[in-house]
Design a protein around this ligand. Sequence first.
Ligand SMILES: NC(=O)N[C@@H](CC(=O)O)C(=O)O
Ligand SMILES: [Zn+2]
Ligand SMILES: [Zn+2]
Length: 384
Amino acid sequence: MVNSCFLGAPSLFSIKLSSSRIVNVRGHIHLQASRTKMELSITRPDDWHLHLRDGELLESVISHSSQHFGRAIIMPNLKPPITTTAAAVAYRQSILKALPANSDFSPLMTLYLTDTTSPNEIKLARESGVVFGVKLYPAGATTNSQDGVTDLFEKCLPVLDEMVRQNMPLLVHGEVTSPDIDIFDREKVFIDTILSPLIQKFPKLKVVMEHITTMDAVNFVESCDEGFVAATVTPQHLVLNRNSIFQGGLQPHNYCLPVLKREIHRRAIVSAVTSGSKRFFLGTDSAPHERRKKESTCGCAGIYNAPVALSVYAKVFEEASALDKLEAFTSFNGPDFYGLPRNTSKIKLSKTPWKVPSLYSFGWGDIVPMFAGETLDWLPSHHV
Ligand SMILES: NC(=O)N[C@@H](CC(=O)O)C(=O)O
Ligand SMILES: [Zn+2]
Ligand SMILES: [Zn+2]
């Protein structure tokens, strides 16, 4: 098998190939490797959307993220949700305690916005130095969102004003919840009826549209001011379409929210992230649920992708002949948007096939990862 890789911006990352030869095609440098041993060295990535949960679930899943990622934006949808800075500080402590010895992984905390969040809470959040965003869950939109916002424009204007003053990003689960809106249209209707008016009203508010799933979201984010509106993209929305929920029978482990969409939407998202645009960055939305809660008469939404995320992202960029743009997506665009320094250490991704476990078993139960039992191409090195 021959592998070919076009080096658009070689200074961004390095590719090592054993048994490689350099071919000059019309002025462009291509590297070809027979007997593939391709290796990428990239700045250590961050995960800008992660569910770590708490208790034994937290202890069970944390190393899958901390071994590769430098930092992660930690979602606040616990039971009860993290609605105050004091709760975020305490949750951060329990994450640090659960980390493997010697880990330098850094959790970036968020607050869960409710109808009664006060502007003063935003000040406290900023002063704490450990809260980096405020999460909007429309009430009823997703897992543990029942305490979320019922009417953003009715209830949250003073808080949003304060967020602009404090330069505190609003992180958005962008779906309307009205039962008369088709589930596949909920993101688009949210953009039209909530996000677009919100940005008109608060042009200086930083907004991250989390886990985008549609061409409409891509177009919307691209139409906004670059430094103010951005989006995270999950592995599943880059490689799966809605057929995979029903392939050969109901597939509960491919069910997440916002639900997977049509192939045209997947392709639009792939084009957006592999274009090199700074508006899109890595956010896995890794969302572990116990196996029996997924394989159930009323299965939970959420895909556990932390163990496979980097492999999947690398495959997407490779298939788009855009490996030279991978590092900006995984490691630069996120910190640049949040105004944080980029990581300085590196990780390696080698093109070595590895088999995803069919199950992770813990004393309290099992978790089934994305691509359980399948073989993936890109193997990330552990960060030490
Ligand atoms: N994405 C999901 O399907 N589930 C997430 C919540 C969320 O991010 O919407 C969860 O917490 O399980
Ligand atoms: Zn969400
Ligand atoms: Zn999420």
